[in-house]
Each structure stands twice: as C-alpha cells, then as structure tokens.
Ligand binder design. Structure first.
Ligand code: ADP
Ligand code: MG
Length: 499
C-alpha cells in the first residue's frame, strides 16, 4: 500500500483523495448547438443563439459528444447507462447566460468503471493499483470572464459557453499525491488514445477538482475540501500536499475542517477558501424540460465499442509479450498515443527494409528511439511532433547500421546531422564520407603501422598482457577515423597478434 504519511504532533495521518476531472470533448460543435469549439478564436465569435441563451432557443444534443463519452466509458470498463437524462443545475453567474447549466445529476450517461495506475517504486507506488471511477456525466461548459481588460471593466467571452464536458468522478481511492498524479496521467493517456479529449491541460481542455481529507489510519473518512479547476499534474500534487498538511495542523490545533470550496494559488503554493460548499439541493436541480431522456440502442453502443483502438495497457503488454521489449521501453513507448504511433511506423519501415519480421527488429528500433532519438531531440529542444527525422528516415538510418554500412557510433553523428539539416541518412553518409571501411586490405595496412609503432606493447601482449588487445583496437579505429568495421578490425588483429 501507499507509504505516504503525514507526521503530525499526535501521530501519523493518512490522506484520502478523490478527483473530479472535467475533460472537454473533442468535437467540432458544442453539446447543444452547432457553434464551433476551436481553441484560440477571437472572443464571442463562436456563440450561437442557443449558447447566448436567447429566449425561445432550444438545445439539440450533439450525437458525436454522446458517442465520445460512451467510448470513454467503455475504455474505463464502465457500465453504460442506456437510459440517462439531462438536469438543470441552477445558479447565477455572469459567465452563464442561461442561469443554469445543463448537466446530469440523477441519471448519468456512464456508471461505475475503473483504471489501473502503474507501479512506480521511486514515487512510492510499490504495485499496480486499481482506482474506482464513480461515473461520467456530460454537461455544458460556462463562458469566461476577462477582468482588468480596461480600467474598471470586466468582459465576458462566451466562446466556451455550451462546449461539451465529460465530468469523470473518481472514488476516494487515492492515498498520496503520487497516486493522484499517476491517475491524472493515466486518464489523460486513455482519453488521448480514445480521441475523446485532447488532454491539453494548459489550454484548459482538462482540469481537476481535487477533493482531500485526512484521517488517522483505520478511522472513518474525514471531512473533505474541494479545490477547484487545477490545471496541471504538478499542481494537483501540490494541492494535495498543501491541503493535507493544512488540515492536519488545523485538527491538531483543536479546529475542525469545514466542507468548502477552495482555490489554488500557484504563485504562493497555497489553497484559499472560496466559498462554503453547496449541496445538490442548493442548485434546485430538476430534469431539463427542453430535452427528452437519452436512450441508446445496442447497435450504437456496439459501434462505440468496435471503434475503440488498442488501449495503453493492452499495447504495453503486447510490446512485452509479442515484440520482446523490456517493460521499461514498453512503458515509455505506450504512455502517449503519438509516441506509440511513431514507434509502430518506425517498426514497420525497419522490418520492411530488413525484410524481416517485426519481432526481429523491434528491440533495435525501440532502443534507438528511447535512447538515441529522444536524447538527440532533447538536446535540440524538439519533440517527435516537431522532429525533422520521420519514422521512414529513422528506418533508413537503422538499415545502414544493420547492413554494416556505418557503425553505431557513426550513426550517432549521422543522427545529429539529420536533425540539423533534415536530410536523409544515406545522403549524409555519402556526402560526408562516413561509410564504414570493411576492406581488409586498407584495414590491414593501418594495423601493420600500429603494430610497428608499438613493438614494446606487442611483446607485452604476447607475454600474456591480454588487456592490451583493446588498446590495439582503439589505435586502429583512431587511425581510420572511426570508420573501420569493428568486426573486421578484431578479426585481423587476432590473426596478426595471436596467429
Ligand atoms: P459532490 O457531488 O458534492 O461534489 P461527490 O460525492 O460526488 O460529491 O464526491 C465528489 C468527489 O469527492 C469524488 O471524487 C469523491 O471520490 C470525493 N470524495 C468524497 N468523499 C471524500 C473524502 N472524505 N475525502 C476525499 N475525497 C472524497
Ligand atoms: Mg463535485
């Protein structure tokens, strides 16, 4: 179990965490209107009469939003409710023209599900852990207030008003900041595989309400606070640390935690009280009379299921079991769907060029991608997405190593040049004369010179100082500017020294 404890004056405390993640559904149009959802548009340019809540406007559910939420539910092994309903959640705020949000309280689209966070010894997660998911419901986003635009004025941008959100509510199953961080990362990974949300937290496509309480181990759950709209994995973890510590100090000082809504201030790394927590009855929820209940038929759900791609856990296991990759490489390559897609294109192209099965070239391709390419991209501040080296070009480089045209160390130089110029491996090798020398005559001539120049060492070697063999290899390679085929160098040296 998690070994995260808070050491208080009265003993050890455990933290209990539940997350409500709001994920913007990746669709072109809003949940109940045809207005565009594109990010970054000028304020109030993507607002239909429905989104502006003009009198008499009626909402029409966007089938694609429902479809994406169902696909997401299936991806977390959840129960899909074939009958669900929209409710009005009433409150007044300047960014909410309707005066209510259309949401789902009583009958959500998706019921109980789960996901697995992976063991991470270093982060204090000793084994895989299943985190329960309570529900996913679909709801509208609100607009955005823009303060201090002009002295003494605030504006409202309704572009986001009516955009579809999935609210994914976890059970209170997490026990440390690391577990919560792993949960958000895993959920984001699944959403991106499914394609139902782009997961870009910095653009607000995904944000978390962080519920935290503390208790002495074995006791009942304590009273929780909810910190709203946390927009990065790092901040989610920071909120939990701060909030748990604050609650322990408060209780140990004789106070009590009140159930309230708080806000996180990243500049000060602290949470602040925003308002006391509302209960459901404060919102006067009632079924939205403008919308019929949602009824899904079996074919629709079956189509959603069939459209799901291979998900990250299944892909990781397949990479280990079928491709023979290490658990580490399989994890790195499957964590993000874009990385996995890049790898699979590389694998395909490498196998084709080598005329071999994928299993035969998978390790070579995986090692090169995780240790060579990632490192090189990092150094030039690029990612796979912005990389001038495509999977096809990567495969071209790997083929040159595999057929002995260049050595592994020359391949590193070639890769740097590929990133710099965008040129292909073959072209660079020819232009720069980097071809590996396998011609025994040329290599033999260099070896003869090395041996002649180091007669004393040759005698020591022959008298039993085996370790000197590496010295001769090194000298020969140096004389040939790293371009000699190491296998040929080794063979020839053995023959001359031992034979
Ligand atoms: P509400 O609808 O009032 O926000 P929910 O019962 O739906 O309340 O719970 C919201 C979130 O709070 C869920 O993610 C749940 O796991 C979490 N939660 C509930 N009780 C606790 C608790 N005692 N400590 C930490 N988190 C909790
Ligand atoms: Mg809530």
């Amino acid at each position: 179990m998690s070994n995260y404890t808070i050491h208080g004056a009265t003993g050890d405390w455990e933290v209990v965490i539940g997350l409500e993640v709001h994920a913007q559904v990746s669709t072109q149009a809003k949940l109940f209107s045809g207005a565009s959802t594109e990010f970054g548009a000028e304020p109030n340019t993507q607002v239909s009469l429905v989104d502006a809540a003009m009198p008499g406007m009626l909402p029409v559910p966007n089938r694609e939003c429902i479809r994406q939420a169902v696909r997401t539910g299936l991806a977390i092994d959840a129960k899909i409710n074939k009958w669900s309903r929209f409710d009005r959640k009433n409150y007044f705020y300047a960014d909410l023209p309707q005066g209510y949000q259309i949401s789902q309280l009583y009958h959500p689209l998706v019921g109980e599900g789960q996901l697995v966070i992976d063991a991470d010894e270093k982060a204090g997660i000793p084994e895989d852990k299943t985190i329960g998911i309570e529900r996913i419901h679909v709801e509208q986003d609100a607009g955005k207030l823009m303060h201090d635009q002009h002295p003494a004025f605030s504006y409202v941008d309704l572009n986001r008003s009516g955009v579809a959100l999935m609210e994914i509510v976890s059970k209170p199953d997490m026990r440390s900041p690391a577990e919560a961080g792993a949960y958000v990362r895993k959920l984001r990974s699944i959403l991106r595989y499914v394609g139902s949300c782009d997961g870009n937290m910095e653009q607000g496509s995904m944000r978390a309400d962080v519920n935290v309480s503390v208790r002495k181990p074995g006791e009942e759950f304590g009273t929780r606070t909810e910190t709203k709209n946390v927009n990065s994995v790092r901040f989610v973890m920071a909120v939990i640390e701060q909030e748990a510590r604050r609650q322990v100090d408060l209780i140990e000082d004789g106070g009590t935690v009140v159930q309230e809504t708080r806000l996180y201030d990243p500049d000060r790394n602290e949470t602040r009280s925003m308002r006391s927590k509302e209960d459901a009855h404060d919102y006067r929820y009632f079924p939205d009379p403008d919308l019929l209940p949602l009824e899904l038929d079996d074919d629709f759900v079956a189509e959603c299921r069939e459209s799901l791609p291979e998900l990250p856990d299944a892909k990781r296991d397949r990479y280990v079991n079928e491709l023979g990759l290490s658990a580490y490489n399989a994890n790195v390559l499957t964590a993000e769907v874009d990385t996995a897609a890049w790898f699979e294109q590389l694998l395909e192209a490498t196998a084709r060029r080598a005329n071999k099965g994928k299993g035969d070239v998978a390790k070579q391709a995986a090692n090169w991608l995780t240790s060579e390419l990632f490192g090189a991209l990092n150094r030039v501040d690029k990612t796979l997405e912005t990389s001038p080296v495509t999977p096809e070009k990567g495969a071209e480089l790997l083929a040159l190593v595999a057929d002995g045209t260049i050595s592994g160390s020359i391949a590193k130089q070639v890769l740097e040049k590929m990133l710099e110029t965008g040129d292909g491996a073959q072209a660079i090798v020819e232009r720069e004369g980097l071809k590996q020398e396998s011609d025994t005559g040329a290599i033999e001539a260099e070896i003869d010179q090395v041996l002649a120049a180091n007669q004393d060492k040759v005698e020591q070697y022959r008298a039993g100082k085996d370790k000197l063999f590496g010295f001769f290899v090194g000298q020969t390679m140096k004389a040939m500017q790293g371009k000699a085929n190491p296998q040929v160098v080794n063979e020839l040296l053995r023959k001359k020294l031992d034979g």
